[in-house]
Design a protein around this ligand. Structure first.
Ligand code: UDP
Length: 243
């Protein structure tokens, strides 16, 4: 059963539970994909039906931002906590390093995925990165073919939202991969191009504020967060009246 937040159904899992669910999907075979919406994306899904379908059609829907957890609280629903895509990726790579699964990195500016690959192989001994591709390509077919030829089991799709979600839905099955995860700017962090908030900020749920400090141009995107919480309050009000 999923926890519904403003039209998007979230899986209520801890990070460890999410990683083992993903491992089970890889073992099961067939194609699966994972999305990690933050409030900005949930808000977008309210206005863009095909995007809402792409999110809800995923095999795992993890709450990336603290704002989603706040919205759940406002709506009186349960979510164990934040499950940031980048931390989910870390847990999954630990599992992949142990089991010999093959990882492909797709996205970010030219050179970034290669740099990320080198750093990740050093950080997770035994991890096999079977290929990389930047995220600024015009045609999908050669990229699909490259992933297929690399015999990837898992692909981190880091093209930014909503491009990455649509890309996984459209092209995922043809690549032969068993699991894809849409992970936004994670390759920039793995490559060391962008710095993540210190752990103390993350624990306080202030990762968004740190990001804003580093990239002030995000203010317009982030300004939607309070509006999103106000909308959650409105939805609670409606539900209260119906009850
Ligand atoms: N990106 C890409 N192809 C595109 C547009 C964006 O590979 O056509 C990459 C971009 O270089 C960055 C990531 O997608 O690495 C998006 O990062 P952002 O921080 O905006 O995403 P978020 O995590 O906020 O979804």
């Amino acid at each position: 059963m999923r926890t519904e937040i403003m039209g998007v159904g979230f899986d209520d899992l801890t990070l460890d539970e999410a990683a083992s669910a993903a491992a089970g999907m890889i073992d099961a075979g067939g194609f699966h994909y994972v999305v990690t919406p933050n409030p900005e994306l949930v808000d977008r899904a309210r206005r863009e039906e095909p995007f809402r379908q792409a999110l809800n059609g995923a095999d795992l829907v993890l709450p990336d931002g603290i704002g989603v957890v706040y919205a759940a609280k406002i709506l009186g629903r349960s979510l164990k906590g934040r499950c940031p895509g980048i931390d989910f990726a870390g847990k999954l790579m630990e599992h992949m390093a142990k089991t010999g699964l093959r990882l492909y990195l797709l996205g970010a500016k030219p050179g970034v995925a290669e740099a990320a690959a080198a750093r990740l192989e050093a950080r997770y001994p035994g991890l096999t990165i079977c290929g990389t591709h930047d995220g600024y390509f015009k045609e999908d077919a050669p990229v699909v073919e490259a992933i297929r030829a690399a015999e990837a089991d898992v692909v981190f799709v880091c093209l930014g939202a909503p491009k990455q979600e649509y890309w996984m839905v459209k092209n995922g099955p043809a690549t032969g991969a068993r699991l894809m995860a849409g992970l936004g700017g994670s390759l920039d962090v793995f490559a060391g191009v962008v710095e993540r908030a210190p752990e103390s900020w993350q624990k306080l749920g202030l990762e968004w504020l740190y990001r804003l400090k580093k990239e002030p141009k995000r203010i317009g995107r982030m300004a939607r967060l309070p509006l999103f919480l106000v909308a959650a309050l409105g939805e609670r009000g409606k539900a209260g009246k119906r009850a």
